[in-house]
Design a protein around this ligand. Structure first.
Ligand SMILES: O=C(O)c1cc(=O)[nH]c(=O)n1[C@@H]1O[C@H](COP(=O)(O)O)[C@@H](O)[C@H]1O
Length: 246
């Protein structure tokens, strides 16, 4: 079989707004992930597997989803000594995932860029977690710096090190865009449809605001996977995004 014939099918048209929504599979088991994906149906094209599912069979499940033509974001938020990050990224690159996260520390980003060489994997650097505000940075020993300043500094380092995209709160997306330019991806969690519970997220905006502020992809987990009708919530978000683009 030729390389082209072995590629998984991709039924999603280019520019489809569904691809802008990354649905976080923050569920405890592959069985629950399968169930939620079945309910979402063709409203979901791009799924994120993070700590909760990755450590509960999520890597094999990632292969399965990729084989079905879905895009997969492996949100492993790697951060370790350079050699370990580089070899870990090399292993992840073989899976066929679209995105992988690392924390935006220069040594870590440098190693991740080396590890993904020759693959189609895109590395996203997580700048300052969306559950952090300025007080959390003080508590973690980062003072004196604001979340917005640290995001901008790390985005600049990510750009210089050849990272493919930035994970930040949409509240910082405009500033990040001026730092990284038009060619890097901006991926924003901390997204809440109007009226939904922020939970532990502190730098939060709606889906439409996220896109208006310059995000290429929005990450949404609990508002979809914990909804009584996950498909309806996903479809509403996709419509909201499509209206912004129109
Ligand atoms: O890297 C991420 O995806 C991420 C970075 C960040 O700064 N904040 C953040 O919430 N996330 C992830 O995005 C998802 C957001 O989940 P909800 O708050 O339930 O929509 C979770 O899976 C987080 O792990």
């Amino acid at each position: 079989m030729s390389a082209a014939m072995s590629l998984p099918p991709n039924p999603v048209p280019a520019g489809d707004s569904r691809d802008k929504l990354i649905i976080g599979l923050d569920v405890p088991s592959v069985a629950e992930a399968r169930a939620v994906i079945a309910r979402i149906g063709d409203a979901g094209t791009f799924y994120k597997i993070g700590y909760q599912l990755a450590y509960a069979g999520g890597f094999e499940f990632a292969r399965e989803l990729i084989g079905q033509g879905k895009k997969v974001f492996l949100d492993l938020k790697l951060h370790d000594i350079g050699n370990t990050v580089e070899e870990g990224v090399r292993s992840v690159a073989r899976l066929g995932a679209t995105f992988l996260t690392v924390h935006a520390y220069p040594q870590t980003m440098r190693a991740a860029v080396a590890g993904k060489a020759g693959s189609s994997l895109k590395i996203l650097a997580v700048t300052v977690l969306t559950s952090y505000d300025d007080n959390d940075l003080v508590e973690a020993g980062y003072a004196p710096v604001t979340a917005a300043e640290l995001v901008a500094r790390r985005a600049g380092q990510a750009r210089d090190l050849g990272i493919d995209g930035i994970v930040c709160a949409a509240t910082e997306a405009e500033r990040v865009r001026t730092v990284v330019g038009p060619d890097r991806l901006i991926v924003t969690p901390g997204i809440r449809p109007a009226g939904s519970d922020a939970g532990d997220q502190k730098r939060v905006v709606t889906p439409a605001q996220g896109i208006r502020l310059g995000a290429d992809h929005l990450v949404v987990a609990r508002p979809i996977v914990k909804a009584s009708d996950p498909r309806a919530v996903a479809e509403a978000i996709v419509r909201e995004i499509a209206d912004v683009k129109a």
